[in-house]
Design a binder for this molecule. Structure first.
Ligand SMILES: Cc1cc2nc3c(=O)[nH]c(=O)nc-3n(C[C@H](O)[C@H](O)[C@H](O)COP(=O)(O)OP(=O)(O)OC[C@H]3O[C@@H](n4cnc5c(N)ncnc54)[C@H](O)[C@@H]3O)c2cc1C
Length: 598
């Protein structure tokens, strides 16, 4: 059974050397966000993830949740870890100081966020949802609602959920039926049943604040008639504490493939008192604040699980003795060599390493851009950062979760038959990872969002903008001899990507199905290109590091992994380009009847 160790050397490489967070915040006058502070978070955060969280991960999977009389009890150790998380102030890290938070920017917190996921993804979901719900209330609710809910949520005394899905309405939220009746006192009575609600009921907090999408009586049909409401499990009393029950009931929890320790609840709202957040019928736009945060959070889940899977695989590959190296025994004193001597095992390990380390740069780079979108004093620059984040969000969510499926599956493969049985623990990672391409908007939806809204919706400008950023990096690092082949390769594919985007745009004007037919392959192309960008920069920084320290093994490994990415993974783009060009006709050729089993 593997154990988790926070990958501090690589995290430091990304935050200090590749992205230079200290300089980034200094440029915005936030000198207090310096290397020393970040180092403190990394050291202490690593201890929390390794010593407090990681030991609960397997227990959570094996023990699961208990559901009795409408109440959910979390697995042993979960509550203690949560109390420690709140007591030590971790939960307040990114929240607004006006409500008791520490006000640290998103980019600053992502390294710790990654460690929490690797430590225990299911446990992390409780606090992650609360943080996103609090941000949504802060952005859209009235001052009175903020004052009532945020201090409790920021401290972690009350948790949060997002309640969108109903049995007949998942991707198509326009179908939702939950209704909200206005009352004379300005509140609403919310009635309906939501399904699949993560952390809808549990024993970690004294109250649960549900953010519920519902329809007003006169609402137009479809997505333009959806409003957002705060509906607490318990109504705040005169002192602002959790008071009377509010007609919110958990009917059951799902038995599922993975994340056994995260309750996926059927939630009944029966004339529950709620308050409107934002304007009537504009609830979906408000909910997007939470969904966009959550999408990046799910991308980080994919990345954090990939890190853990890679750690398990590398430990096993060094330990497991099978066969001899083709070039002669490497450990002649032992009955066989460790499997890491075999080229095919190395192929799998390097593929994992390339996704994990490249994915880390992509996640943290997106976080840094989110900070620029808030902190940059220049409005045009702020808007540019917002556009870049909008473009990168479906890529981080969609691509890094697909990568997680591959990386966790490779961990099982590297363990051979021992990966398929429960004892080694790696099959849990594969099961936990499987939800990430599904929730928070399936990856099919992420792909449509990327190609339809972010690319075609901006007349191709967003794709040109990211290409411009990649070209800047090619110009900066391309002259380095170790990096030149990577830069040339990426530059060539960048031209092909631009050409494909224009072709697909023209095809889509003739037939809207062309967007859906090409979208998933396009998402993969964009993912590999962005990861290529990240690897180019990482390789450039490593090459410069080697000029100073020619014997540094860490930098040498970076260049080797970069080469693996550019020679063995980036060429996958060719296949995706061919598939994206194949068009909609073939996909739409069969009638539903013709699909039937003959
Ligand atoms: C463990 C778990 C936790 C969850 N947590 C929450 C939560 O906290 N809150 C919440 O509200 N929901 C939650 N969900 C629900 C989740 O977000 C939905 O399952 C997801 O959005 C997909 O909806 P669906 O399951 O109804 O699938 P459907 O919408 O029925 O989709 C089925 C398939 O059709 C495809 N599809 C559907 N429409 C289109 C389209 N227009 N174009 C192309 N393809 C399409 C989808 O990509 C998918 O492959 C959770 C689900 C699970 C399993």
């Amino acid at each position: 059974m593997y154990s988790y160790r926070a990958p501090l050397r690589d995290i430091r490489f990304v935050v200090h050397e590749v992205l230079d967070f200290e300089q980034h915040y200094r440029a915005y006058g936030r000198e207090e966000l310096n290397r020393e502070l970040l180092e403190g978070i990394l050291e202490e955060g690593a201890r929390f993830a390794e010593d407090v969280l990681a030991p609960t991960n397997r227990i959570g999977d094996e023990h699961g949740l208990t559901f009795e009389g409408g109440r959910v009890t979390t697995p042993p150790g979960f509550k203690a870890a949560y109390e420690r998380y709140c007591h030590d102030g971790w939960i307040t890290m990114t929240a607004d100081p006006a409500w008791g938070g520490q006000g640290l920017p998103t980019g600053f917190s992502l390294a710790f966020g990654e460690m929490l996921v690797s430590g225990n993804m299911a446990w992390r979901m409780y606090s992650g949802l609360t943080e996103s719900a609090a941000v949504t209330i802060a952005a859209h609710a009235s001052d009175a609602l903020k004052a009532l809910y945020l201090p409790k949520m920021v401290k972690g005394e009350w948790s949060g959920t997002m309640c969108l899905t109903e049995s007949h309405c998942g991707t198509d939220l326009g179908l939702l039926k939950t209704r909200a009746e206005p009352q004379a006192d300005g509140s609403y009575r919310v009635t309906g049943t939501k399904i699949f609600i993560s952390a809808g009921e549990h024993d970690l907090t004294s109250n649960i604040v549900h953010l519920v999408l519902a329809r007003l009586p006169d609402a137009p049909a479809g997505t333009r008639g959806i409003s957002l409401f705060v509906v607490p499990k318990r109504l705040p009393d005169a002192n602002g504490e959790a008071g009377a029950a509010n007609g919110v009931r958990c009917g059951s929890i799902e038995h599922k493939m993975g994340i056994h320790a995260s309750p996926t609840c059927v939630m009944h709202f029966n004339e529950s008192v709620g308050w409107l957040v934002g304007k009537p019928n504009e609830g979906l736009a408000c909910m997007f604040t939470m969904m966009n945060q959550a999408r990046l959070g799910v991308g980080l889940q994919g990345h954090g699980l990939s890190e853990l899977a890679w750690q398990a695989a590398i430990a096993y590959a060094n330990d497991r003795l099978q066969g001899r190296a083709m070039t002669g025994p490497k450990e002649p004193g032992k009955p066989a060599d460790p499997i890491i001597v075999h080229p095919d095992v190395r192929r799998m390990l390097l593929t994992q390493k390339a996704f994990v380390e490249g994915g880390r740069v992509l996640c943290f780079l997106t976080g840094r851009e989110i900070d620029s979108a808030h902190l940059n004093p220049d409005e045009t620059a702020r808007r540019r950062s917002q556009d870049l984040v909008a473009f990168l969000t479906p890529i981080v969510k969609g691509f890094l979760t697909e990568a997680a499926l591959e990386v966790t599956s490779l961990a099982v493969q590297i363990h051979g038959g021992h990966g398929f049985i429960r004892q080694t623990g790696v099959e849990q990672l594969m099961r936990d990872a499987r939800i990430t391409p599904i929730y928070e908007g399936t990856n099919g939806v992420q792909a449509l969002d990327l190609l339809g809204r972010k690319v075609f919706g901006t007349g191709g400008r967003s794709q040109q903008m990211i290409s411009g950023r990649i070209v800047e990096s090619i110009q900066k690092f391309g002259p380095l001899p170790d990096v030149a082949p990577f830069a040339a390769d990426l530059g060539k594919r960048l031209e092909q990507w631009g050409k494909l985007t224009a072709e697909l745009g023209a095809a889509a004007t003739r037939n809207p199905d062309e967007v859906g037919a090409a979208a998933t392959d396009y998402l993969h192309i964009a993912g590999y290109m962005c990861l290529g960008w990240c690897w180019l920069v990482a390789a450039g920084v490593a090459a410069k590091g080697l000029e100073q320290n020619p014997d540094d093994d860490f930098y040498k490994a970076k260049l080797v992994t970069a080469r693996h990415f550019f020679t063995r993974l980036l060429p996958r783009v060719d296949g995706h380009m061919a598939a994206a060009r194949a068009g909609a006709a073939g996909l739409m050729a069969l009638s539903a009847d013709q699909f039937a089993i003959a």
